[in-house]
Design a protein around this ligand. Sequence first.
Ligand SMILES: [Zn+2]
Length: 344
Amino acid sequence: MFKRIAISLLAASATAYGKSVGTEQAVSTSAAAAAPAPAAPATGTTSAPISSVSRFTDAELAAAPAAPIYQFCQKPGQFVLTFDDGPNPLTTPRALQFLKQNNIKATFFVNGINYGNVETSQETIDLIRQEANEGHEIGSHTYYHKDLFEAIKEGTMETNIDKMTDTIQNIIGVKPAFFRPPCGTYNERVQKYLGASGYNIIMWGTDTRDWEFRSNPETLLDNVKAELNKQLTAPGVSPQTHSFISLMHDVHATTVDTVLPAVVEYVKSLGYEFVSLSECLGTSAYQATGNEGIANNLNGNNAVDATNVGQTMEINDSSSASSIEAKMIFSTFAVILSLFLLRH
Ligand SMILES: [Zn+2]
């Protein structure tokens, strides 16, 4: 009798455990699904040995807020340029020059080792500093540009996040509050760690897919415009009702020389105004000084569920952390009870 109860409990616990793990692995975002990873450069991204140590205890992580996710601005008519994967000493200076000439403040989601290398290239470090000095905002895109699902498997998720936080703080003197996950992929574990680390997750509402279309210069701009138009000229979309965070990569010559100027001209012609990401979101790009622990990202009251009029939000499709925790607790309890019953 006890044995039968014990076996049923074990089976139930296995089901609950399987569901929670399966859910976590399946969590992704609609934006990510629409925008697969840009190709990473061949060198420097995988060679360095890294091991991960969490900066937070399990209790701290459990108590931490999940990082809020942003995809749109607070006010209609606003448009934000964000650049990922840089800096690249071969191309980023030309993006900076263009932005300065056009008086646009963008956000750069930088890596430590990707196209540039903060360990071996002073130019890379100087470019991050120059971006900040010229009024742009610096966010983290992880140190090694590692897909965070892969990083979790390797046990390097924490290092990838922490090392970039420290690097940015060392270079510009402040801790970033904006984070863009490589490949746009994250799950609840990532969201919790980023929340504990003081980050907001910044996704995008429209994509240029500049990295994909660059192989054919003749069709590049037509393709980019068609891609943007999926959102910008969708029925009912206008600067009166909508705002956009866009995505480009300042590491490609075609982007800084061709795509960037064309996108700026096109977006202006539609009537949008370029603003910085912090103005778009109404929250600072950087964490409060002296904040070493659980973070100051609780001001994300315009995150996903409160975007501007008419814009649908499909991004936060992850199942709730609490239901997963409940399943894990149930599994553990059921296993203990089963073992107890089996012994009797
Ligand atoms: Zn990237």
